[in-house]
Design a protein around this ligand. Structure first.
Ligand SMILES: *Cc1c(COP(=O)(O)O)cnc(C)c1O
Length: 232
């Protein structure tokens, strides 16, 4: 078996084990293979192993790969999205989840461009639970008000929340952030805001996906553990 396929198997096993520890069904957890910086040959390896969810963090790279990979992939836009790039996302029919809606201006732009493309775009709202200056996202306290406004936008559909937490060696240090996002997720559910769905909790990367699953992640975004360390 190729190294990438073998790595993928290991990640899938670790996902299943983390789910089991948390008393969860591993079918509840979707693995998005993060393909940034990876070539088509590497990506084909995971597609051959039946991965159907791929994530990219930059629009240009997503467009290039989108055009070169014809398989039925669900493309996920996971990185910070500039407003002037939103139009390119809308042209990609198989890109159907933006994980990183992180401001009102971006929400307005997504709604407008989705309307022009005659589609309803699925989005997650990125929350900066760690209050990290280097990371994008709303403050947890702003979330409910933000969602009440965004709920009125007809061409976007909020499906849940996403976060990026600081990189740490001891992942127990980030467990409280994941827990806080899960609590916010439940709080939003209780608020029962019309048109706002709380189905997906996108949290956890190579460094910390097991802790994220133990704390309730429904989507993990894993790159290096599958493809090896990234070289820029
Ligand atoms: C790169 C990236 C990941 C994956 O990171 P790995 O450490 O390679 O697993 C996940 N989420 C986002 C938003 C990223 O940009």
């Amino acid at each position: 078996m190729s190294e990438i396929k073998d790595n993928l198997k290991q990640v899938q096993k670790r996902i299943a084990a983390a789910a089991k520890r948390a008393g969860r069904d591993s079918d509840e957890i979707k693995l998005v293979a993060v393909t940034k910086t990876r070539g088509i040959e590497e990506i084909k390896e995971v597609i051959e192993a039946d991965v159907v969810d791929l994530g990219e963090s930059r629009v240009q790279e997503l467009r290039d790969k989108y055009d070169n990979i014809s398989q039925k992939i669900n493309w996920h836009m996971i990185g910070h999205l500039q407003r002037n790039k939103v139009k390119y996302i809308m042209r990609m029919e198989r890109c159907n989840l933006i994980h990183s809606m992180d401001s009102m201006r971006l929400a307005k732009k997504i709604n407008k461009r989705a309307g022009m493309a005659d589609r309803v775009m699925n989005v997650l709202v990125q929350i900066n639970v760690a209050g990290d200056e280097n990371k994008f996202g709303l403050e947890p306290e702003e979330t409910i008000d933000y969602l009440r406004k965004v709920a009125e936008f007809e061409n976007l559909q909020v499906k849940g929340l996403m976060t990026m937490v600081p990189y740490v060696d001891d992942t127990e240090q980030v467990r409280p952030y994941f827990r806080e996002l899960k609590e916010l997720f439940e709080e939003v559910k209780r608020a029962e805001i019309p048109n706002i769905e709380m189905q997906e909790l996108s949290m956890g990367i190579t460094n910390d996906f097991e802790v994220a699953i133990e704390e309730g992640a429904t989507i993990v975004r894993v790159g290096s553990a599958i493809f090896g360390p990234r070289e820029y």
